[in-house]
Design a protein around this ligand. Structure first.
Ligand code: HEC
Ligand code: HEC
Length: 468
């Protein structure tokens, strides 16, 4: 009689080995603070911004990739890169991909940071704007398996091409099952990092087939923040988890293909330059006329109702770097809960990232950071999960749509309500750009700080926000 349950529990333990079922646990205890200022840590100052952009669009920070020879013929029929006007083989790669040499000299192709960190607005690609038109609802698992098989068949198991692909091949295969989302436009970068780190030895970052911690099954994903705010921030990411040296934190995208910590050490100089580029990056200016007297009224209202969290703007501007407790901001708590119980935190703080100089580390908090609002007119949808389509809806919580549908065309941007033009939908739909706030983690509640204002006052605040 006892056998069956034991067998069952062994089976259950095997299944649960890399995946916790369901949602992460809800935080029981509230912190004894309402807002918490994040202290600054010294950042590298010797970077070169031009070298930083060059590194981002030509660099080898992904370490490995798909052999260029395998796709070259398909891509070199015409110049693809109209954004950076790159030279050499990169002229034929799309703007969000780099052709570079793997450690053994074989040219390979892989995605760059602008896959997620360049966004299209009114037909124009803006570097540093989050890409809100990515769609990870389809599983990448078949593609990962096919690419692995394709490289082996074309070049042979022991070829230099396969060696130049192998690290990326391993991580692609391991992370593909984890980055599928249930909502278009949202980005699974955190889960991508979690799934790759789980298969790296913390001390030297080499690949290990067996995972080092578990992940939740639920596909949590977020909006992509604009990169021009990094210069004001003391900590990175929505919950201010990323502390210490920024040149090592932004490195996390490299976990997808870099072979080991020796290669990581080499890439650090390049990332110092990237941090210098980030310090200089500016938001795009609002492209239409501003009603100056109205904006001046809005500025006064903003300073009264919003500045204590979001800071002040202009030449003498200040930014307080405040994390606001969940209990106070009351926006969807799932992402915060997810990260508080993720195995990546302990992994990171025991890894090469935290243990070698200069250290970076993870310090998750039970709240969200109030972001700088520079260029906020351009960064819809709003909140960490991208659940609110316009600034007008953000400032009047009763007007936020439950299910809203965008056209998918970047010209359909509303410069008056400031954000995406949308229609409300009654039911969820699998196709198209429909955002459903009833799904766990994607709720549009909270941040009700604009509700006390009258419609006329809200219009004034929005006019002011256009000028930031
Ligand atoms: C797969 C998409 C993806 C790629 C590729 C990617 N990022 Fe990100 N990045 C994100 C998302 C999503 C966030 C927000 C995560 C969070 O805050 O929890 C983010 C956050 C950041 C932040 C913090 C911004 C802030 O305000 O706190 C920086 C800096 C950054 N990324 C730089 C980079 C660099 C540099 C690269 C390339 C080496 C890169 N990212 C590659 C999706 C991506
Ligand atoms: C008590 C602190 C606090 C106050 C007061 C406050 N905010 Fe916020 N705000 C936040 C936090 C925290 C977030 C991030 C919440 C999230 O992403 O879940 C945020 C997010 C936002 C965003 C979205 C940013 C983005 O990139 O998506 C905008 C816009 C904004 N606030 C504007 C305002 C305006 C305008 C006011 C005044 C009417 C205001 N806030 C008052 C804390 C505050």
């Amino acid at each position: 009689m006892r056998k069956a349950p034991i067998l069952l529990s062994i089976a259950a333990a095997t299944i649960a080995c890399t995946t916790y079922k369901g949602l992460p646990p809800v935080l029981q205890e509230q912190p004894n603070w309402r807002t918490l200022g994040v202290p600054a840590t010294p950042q590298p100052l010797d970077g070169n911004p031009d070298a930083g952009l060059h590194f981002l669009i030509y660099g080898n920070y992904l370490g490995s990739g798909v052999p260029w020879g395998m796709i070259q013929k398909r891509l070199t029929k015409r110049v693809q890169d109209t954004m950076w006007q790159r030279t050499g083989p990169n002229a034929y790669a799309p703007y969000m991909m780099n052709v570079f040499e793997a450690a053994n000299g074989v040219p390979v192709l892989n995605g760059n940071c602008f896959t997620c960190h360049a966004g299209e607005l009114q037909g124009r690609l803006i570097p540093g704007l989050g890409n809100s038109f990515s769609d990870y609802r389809k599983s990448l698992k078949p593609l990962a398996e096919m690419t692995n098989l394709g490289v082996k068949l074309k070049y042979g198991k022991h070829s230099p091409e396969r060696a130049a692909f192998q690290d990326f091949g391993n991580y692609f295969r391991k992370m593909a099952p984890y980055i599928r989302t249930n909502q278009p436009g949202t980005n699974p970068a955190f889960r991508l990092a979690e799934a790759c780190m789980m298969h790296r030895n913390p001390d030297d970052l080499t690949f290990r087939p067996e995972p080092l911690y578990n992940m939740y099954a639920y596909p949590v994903a977020t909006d992509v923040p604009p990169l021009w705010n990094v210069k004001k921030k003391h900590a990175l990411y929505y919950n201010a988890i990323g502390r210490g040296d920024f040149s090592k934190l932004v490195f996390q995208a490299s976990v997808l293909g870099i072979p080991d910590s020796a290669a990581a050490r080499q890439a650090i100089q390049g990332f110092k330059d990237v941090v210098a580029w980030l310090q200089k990056l500016q938001p795009p200016p609002y492209p239409a006329g501003i009603d100056e007297p109205l904006a001046a009224q809005g500025k006064l209202l903003f300073e009264e109702h919003c500045s204590k969290c979001h800071g002040t703007y202009g030449p003498d501007g200040t930014y307080p770097n405040k994390v606001v407790a969940l209990d106070v901001v009351k926006t969807d708590p799932l992402y915060v809960h997810y990260i508080l119980s993720s195995g990546i935190v302990q992994w990171y703080n025991n890894s090469w990232f935290a243990r070698s100089e200069p250290p970076s580390w993870f310090e998750p908090l039970p709240g969200y950071i109030a972001p700088p609002l520079d260029g906020i007119w351009a960064t819809a949808p709003y909140l960490h999960n991208g659940s609110v389509p316009t600034l007008e809806a953000l400032l009047n919580s009763s007007s936020r749509p439950t299910r809203w549908q965008r056209s998918g065309n970047s010209y359909d941007y509303d410069l008056e309500r400031v954000g995406w033009q949308y229609i409300e939908a009654k039911k969820s739909r699998k196709k198209g750009w429909l955002y459903d706030t009833t799904l766990p983690g994607y709720g549009n509640q909270g941040h009700t700080f604009g509700d006390v204002l009258t419609d006329a006052q809200r219009r004034a605040v929005i006019e002011y926000l256009k000028t930031l």
